[in-house]
Design a protein. Structure first.
Length: 292
């Protein structure tokens, strides 16, 4: 039946006020129009909801049975509408992101801070995972979008570049290479390098670069997270090759650019094909594009 919600509101107004005249005034309807709506609702349900007398309106047994469910129906509907408007206005909501650990420890925190300042009612859930897990989480719908590399893209996912990241040498201030303005990859051959775990896209790229140039890569210590690798470098346990986005901005390490083709990689937005983002997720993506 068309306009069923309007007809239910009409019934509830009469039931609560006990008067067609009062209900018509409340709904800004004429008494005859209100009567027609009640009659149409009763015809649709196949039962009489109201008993009418010249001085009084009361509920039938069917009216009593339907009163609470109809009240709940309208309350649920009002909550849905209010909730949807809150989501559209970014007064509340949830944004779930899967991102590379290097971004989570470096470039993303400023974006998160600004987003929280602008939209304090929106919760952000951040999952720092390796590149191949980002694609899987996006494809399975467990996150709204991912921030990762394109190398592992596959069918059903879209990729949009948001920044270019390049590998740099990280060393302590007192390290012999700390004063170099740049360094050749060949200068690092044969020297122990602290590496990320074997499932890391950074580890894969470092190994690939050394193999392409037929240079000897000597693994030193190994850690799964870039923040751990940087902590090891701070303690003077070696040097490392990491993306510049991994720089935590503490100022206690020197970042030396690597002068070699292929050390740059594209970081991008990974989304499910033909699926739009929520208003909150879309606003976060816009901030990422503006800040990174």
């Amino acid at each position: 039946m068309k306009n069923s919600i309007q007809h239910i509101r009409a019934f509830l107004a009469v039931a609560h006020s006990g008067s067609f005249a009062k209900a018509a005034l409340e709904l800004n309807l004429s008494p005859s129009a209100l009567t027609v709506q009640i009659q149409q609702l009763e015809e649709w349900l196949g039962v009489s909801l109201l008993e009418r007398s010249p001085r009084h309106v009361s509920l039938t047994a069917a009216g009593q049975n339907n009163l609470r469910p109809m009240e709940k129906l309208l309350l649920d509907l009002d909550n849905i509408v209010a909730g949807s408007r809150d989501l559209a206005a970014l007064r509340r909501g949830v944004v779930t992101i899967a991102a590379l650990p290097s971004l989570c420890s470096g470039a993303l925190p400023p974006v998160l801070r600004q987003f929280r300042e602008q939209f304090p009612g929106v919760e952000v859930r951040l999952r720092d995972v390796v590149a191949q897990r980002i694609d899987a989480l996006v494809r399975e719908g467990e996150v709204d979008f991912g921030l990762g590399v394109k190398a592992r893209m596959s069918h059903g996912l879209d990729f949009q570049v948001v920044m270019t990241d390049r590998l740099c040498l990280f060393v302590p201030h007192k390290h012999a290479l700390a004063r170099r303005s740049s360094i050749k990859l060949a200068a690092l051959a044969g020297q122990p390098i602290i590496l990320t775990g074997r499932d890391s896209s950074v580890r894969e790229r470092v190994e690939q670069l050394f193999a392409e140039e037929q240079l000897e890569l000597v693994p030193g210590l190994e850690a799964n997270y870039m923040s751990t690798v940087l902590a090891l470098v701070r303690q003077g346990l070696g040097m490392t090759l990491l993306p510049e986005s991994a720089d935590e901005g503490r100022g206690d390490l020197v970042r030396v650019p690597v002068d070699h083709p292929g050390v740059s990689r594209e970081i991008g937005l990974i989304t499910r094909s033909n699926q739009s983002l929520s208003p909150a997720a879309q606003r976060f993506v816009e901030l990422v594009g503006n800040i990174l």
